[in-house]
Design a protein around this ligand. Structure first.
Ligand code: DAK
Length: 254
């Protein structure tokens, strides 16, 4: 049975909804692999310019599937398809948004830190409870969370396992906005639509350049940024023409 539901709720926007409600959308191996496969399809499809991940009212995702963890622990983390799926999510080149309601815990919270922009419903709770099962956020959380919220807050979240509410997540930079829970997906889709109306080439370059800040020393990323500026696209010409002619631009991704 599929663990995700995929739809195209607006032009150029793909919505991936996690669909394991009885397990609080825990990130089973199957769910991760299906999500990665859908992201691969979205990356290759020029009609898709933006992807939104969401769960349900109770949970965006409660993290790694604890019931899949064998007694020995280690082998599950090392499963090749699981690692490949995380890499695919990490390398997805188009804007990846998250609409978060309910719990975003452990791997579910790690996933939000991999998304480019997160919108939180007012009942959302974020946390890293791994320490309570004598584990740690090993799918990138120990490295990404401090970069988002700062060292002290990351230490507190990971060492205590305590959750933060949506307002705090927003104040700490995990989310861009808090909205009424009933509107979370609609508001995120609205944002996705606005981003999808931009030139997909420019948006992809922004994503690549911003992510360089996490991957490279500043002098190297600055010189790469300058090289990326040496480009000319039809969309760029269209943007300038539309500005001069006082009309909305129509970007074609060329
Ligand atoms: N995995 C599996 N099942 C889960 C689950 C999870 N993470 N979270 C919830 N469920 C299941 C529950 O077992 C329950 O199933 P049944 O008993 O009905 O069969 C059902 O979902 C509903 O859960 P609750 O009855 O507990 O529902 P509540 O609304 O009362 O509570 C909750 C929701 C999300 C607060 C609670 O279920 C909870 O605390 N869940 C566990 C959250 C958690 O601990 N997440 C972190 C998982 S560890 C690595 C190392 C470590 C990791 C990754 C990599 N490397 C070294 C590479 C670890 C990553 C993690 O994410």
């Amino acid at each position: 049975m599929a663990t995700i539901a995929v739809s195209r709720p607006a032009p150029h926007v793909c919505l991936i909804r996690f669909d394991r409600p009885r397990a609080r959308n825990a990130l089973s191996r199957e769910l991760l692999v299906e999500t990665a496969a859908e992201l691969d399809r979205a990356a290759a499809d020029p009609e898709v310019r933006c992807v939104v991940l969401t769960g349900d009212d109770a949970a965006f995702s409660a993290g790694a599937d604890i019931k899949e963890m064998p007694d020995g622990g280690i082998p599950m983390w090392g499963q090749a398809d699981r690692l490949r799926a995380w890499k695919t999510i990490e390398r997805f080149p188009k804007p990846l948004l998250a609409a978060v309601d309910g719990y975003a815990l452990g791997g579910g919270c790690e996933l939000t830190t991999l998304c480019d922009i997160v919108i939180a419903g007012d009942g959302a709770r974020f946390g890293f409870p791994e320490v309570r099962i004598a584990a740690f956020p090993g799918d990138g959380g120990t490295q990404r969370l401090p970069r988002v919220v700062g060292k002290t807050r990351a230490m507190w979240m990971m060492m205590t396992g305590e959750m933060i509410d949506a307002q705090t997540a927003c104040a700490w930079g995990l989310a861009i906005a808090v909205v009424p829970a009933a509107e979370t997906v609609a508001r995120t889709l609205d944002l996705a639509g606005r981003i999808a109306a931009m030139s997909p080439i420019a948006v992809a370059m922004i994503k690549e350049e911003v992510l360089m800040t996490y991957q490279k020393p500043l002098d190297e990323s600055l010189s790469l940024e300058r090289k990326l500026l040496l480009w000319q696209t039809e969309d760029h010409d269209e943007g300038i023409a539309a500005f001069v002619e006082k009309r909305p631009p129509v970007f074609k991704g060329r």
